[in-house]
Design a protein around this ligand. Structure first.
Ligand code: SR1
Ligand code: MG
Length: 401
């Protein structure tokens, strides 16, 4: 009987045995080595390499607790969601996600293409690398996966079946708590405030009643607006990149939610790279990030409108004014989520290296305050955002504080 007929958390040597038993990719005389390379908050990621023939794969296994803290008790359901969503995204946006070779329900793991010739985008941005094709690739990814899974395009019963298939109770709860709740409340939270910034954050975030009201509205929209199949965690640590290739990974937080959640995550995490570049005095890199943010917003809108006209099936959505209203709602959600992500990564539990790696305490405090000031405007003035320039103007305004 196979050792892999009941779940256990695998070691590197177990993973070698697993791929030998389950995959046909490696020859019988392959010389396999395996290393755990994961540095994310939730799962274990193994790279298996055949030294003899040069093939390699990634094996991602979900544990019953989150890697970041065993306070988060989880099932392995998220890896089914991730495997299925990657396969759907591969159809909707070919070439922009890794190929899935195998999903194993018993072991709670997924075997996929090794992207070791790519770099995690957050790491590359921290080295001030620029990626001219990124805005084009990521906007194609988002337009294809968001618009084409929405009621604008899909037959409504079929769309509802997808909603059902991607109910993601546990990981949505993490987002509802860590993004939409804890950062705004001085109690029942896992927040970690930067030393020297505690009082400023208390008075600027925790004591802002208008902000709390707006974030409550946004939380209910996140929980109830089943608009499109989201990636659900589209930050720069979920993107593998080279100069001419972009691969989006890790859609384990996928579920049906508001489109702006994905777009806002991309924009906020570009702003984190901007804040890091600013703290290190790199104005050329910062200018590239600003241009890229503008392109992400403007190209998204351009492609969204073009794809809408091409794919719309819903009769009531064929009105020009409805299309414009719908896109403006997406943009408003995008601005709000940009703000939410900026706040939660500074105030809340799950930090980003772009900020934590700023070693000079004054510069870190300044970077945090600029991001947080802009974030509050993104949330409160969300309905005023019309184009990429509006997003840049907000961070420039925050710089003046
Ligand atoms: C407990 S998980 C913390 C964060 O890591 C993931 O990447 C998501 O962003 C989540 O909010
Ligand atoms: Mg992840």
């Amino acid at each position: 009987m196979s050792r892999f007929s009941a779940y256990f958390l695998m070691s590197s040597s177990d993973v070698i045995e697993f791929v030998k038993e389950k995959l046909t990719i490696f020859k019988s005389d392959a010389e396999l080595t395996c290393k755990e390379i994961g540095d994310g908050n939730l799962n274990y990621v193994f790279r298996v390499v055949d030294a003899k023939y040069g093939n390699s794969v990634i094996v991602k296994q979900a544990g019953h607790t989150a890697r970041i803290s065993d306070e988060f008790k989880l099932s392995t359901e998220r890896i089914r969601i991730e495997s299925n969503v990657l396969q759907l995204q591969d159809q909707l946006s070919p070439g922009l996600v890794p190929t899935v070779y195998l999903f194993d329900e018993v072991m709670g793991c997924c075997v996929m293409e090794d992207l070791s010739d790519h770099t995690i985008m957050r790491t590359a941005l921290l080295n001030n690398e620029k990626f001219p094709a990124f805005a084009d690739h990521i906007t194609t990814f988002m337009v294809q996966n968001l618009l084409l899974t929405s009621d604008v395009v899909m037959e409504h019963k079929e769309k509802k079946r997808l909603v059902q298939n991607y109910i993601n109770t546990e990981l949505c709860e993490i987002t509802e708590d860590l993004v939409y709740t804890e950062p705004f409340y001085d109690q029942n939270n896992r927040n970690e405030l930067t030393s020297g910034n505690e009082e400023w954050i208390r008075s600027t975030i925790y004591n802002d009643e208008e902000l709390k009201l707006e974030t409550a509205k946004l939380k209910f929209s996140f929980m109830n607006h089943a608009q499109a199949l989201l990636h659900g965690d589209l930050h720069t640590g979920s993107i593998f990149i080279t100069k001419n290739s972009t691969k989006v990974i890790d859609p384990e937080f996928a579920f049906y939610g508001p489109m702006g959640y994905d777009i806002g995550n991309v924009v906020a995490n570009l702003f984190f790279a901007w804040a890091n570049g600013r703290a290190h005095g790199n104005s050329e890199f910062r200018a590239w990030i600003e241009k890229t943010i503008e392109q992400v917003i403007d190209l998204f809108q351009e492609k969204f409108l073009a794809q809408w006209d091409k794919h719309v099936t819903e009769l009531t959505a064929k009105q020009q004014a409805f299309k414009e209203w719908y896109l403006q709602e997406v943009l408003s959600d995008t601005a709000a989520v940009t703000g939410l992500e900026l706040i939660r990564r500074i105030v809340g539990l799950a930090k980003v290296k772009d900020i934590t790696s700023i070693t000079d305490s004054d510069l870190r405090i300044e970077a945090e305050r600029i991001c947080l000031t802009a974030a509050i405007s993104f949330i409160k003035k969300r309905s005023a955002f019309k184009n990429g320039k509006d997003f840049i103007a907000t961070i420039k305004e925050a710089e003046k504080m």
